[in-house]
Design a protein. Structure first.
Length: 319
């Protein structure tokens, strides 16, 4: 799905995936078609950047160090850590997050249920905004201390192996500088609806990936799509490319990597091949989010969006 020149047609339409912890490794995902993932610096569209700005990386508390105004992030070299082949996209980047999440109310983060299982997990996680590459060649190893939040309480969660998988986390304080996302509360989602996912594949700095669509909306509690996601994407918000509203939470999928000789590369499937990626339907969660709204963000995005991503040319190289 990586067409490098990515264009969204009227309404987000042609829009636009472990290493860290075990939860990510168990719930692996894959690339469908070509790899559509891009970094933040590869788009200047304020609307898309706003959606990405509401995405958080889940780090173990021990992986965050207090440096006063800045918080250091304990990360590792992505390619070396996973024994990847040198031509694997993002080989030189840093990995550290184990799951993804998204802000859905001023002090509530939404993620996958398997990412936060109990009170112990809550006490030992930090929710980090701004783990992103905003300038080519600059690898983020620290963020503003104010963008690091703790988990105060698990408000609710569900983890069904072949069904819904979600958790709502009450943060230790209201989030400043990041807007809550808006949700599709209608409960309606048609097959072939175009999708965009924003999260931390393989624990990498935040990535945006489009070129995907709903394959099967009929399963109870989740739908299946051909999103380019990896284990660390678990908990990522999946957006309707026609409206900009959240349709669900990425939770599980196909195997991430396969061997190529002595190193590993991303598992690549045809757009209509392999098992597909499972996304918990937002209808399973929306009513449980105190104060969540759904109209405002849609209004900000506008009724039609002719372009959400700037063209990413074939000549633009990976960092």
């Amino acid at each position: 799905m990586m067409k490098r020149a990515i264009v969204l047609v009227v309404t987000l339409a042609a829009a636009l995936r472990l290493a860290a912890p075990a939860a990510a490794q168990v719930n692996g995902e894959v690339i469908y078609g070509a790899d559509d993932r891009i970094d933040l610096y590869q788009t200047k569209d304020a609307r898309l950047l706003s959606l990405a700005d509401s995405t958080a990386a889940l780090f173990r508390s021990k992986s965050i160090t207090d440096r006063g105004a800045l918080a250091g992030l304990v990360t590792s070299h992505y390619g070396q850590e996973l024994n990847l082949c040198h031509d694997e996209p993002f080989y030189e980047q840093e990995t550290g997050a184990f799951c993804s999440g998204s802000l859905v109310a001023p002090d509530i983060l939404m993620t996958a249920g398997h990412c936060i299982k109990d009170d112990w997990a809550c006490k030992n996680v930090k929710l980090v905004f701004g783990f992103a590459i905003k300038k080519k060649g600059e690898l983020p190893r620290e963020v503003a201390t104010g963008d690091v939040y703790g988990c105060k309480q698990i408000l609710g969660r569900e983890e069904v192996s072949n069904g819904a998988d979600w958790a709502l986390i009450k943060l230790d304080r209201a989030v400043k500088g990041h807007k809550p996302l808006k949700l599709n509360r209608t409960g309606k989602l048609a097959n072939k609806t175009p999708l965009v996912v924003i999260g931390h594949p393989a624990g990498l700095p935040v990535k945006i990936a489009g070129g995907a669509s709903v394959r099967d909306s009929s399963p109870d509690g989740f739908f299946r799509a051909n999103l380019d996601t990896y284990g660390g994407n678990s908990g990522s918000a999946v957006f309707n490319a026609n409206t900009g509203l959240v349709e669900g939470i990425l939770v599980r999928g196909e195997t991430d990597y396969v061997m190529r000789g002595s190193c590993r590369v991303s598992n690549v499937c045809a757009n209509d091949g392999c098992r597909g990626e499972d996304v918990t339907k937002i209808a399973n969660v929306a009513a449980k989010i105190p104060g969540a709204r759904h109209r405002g963000r849609a209004a900000e995005l506008g009724p039609t969006i002719s372009s959400l991503l700037d063209a990413v040319s074939d000549s633009q190289s990976r960092p």
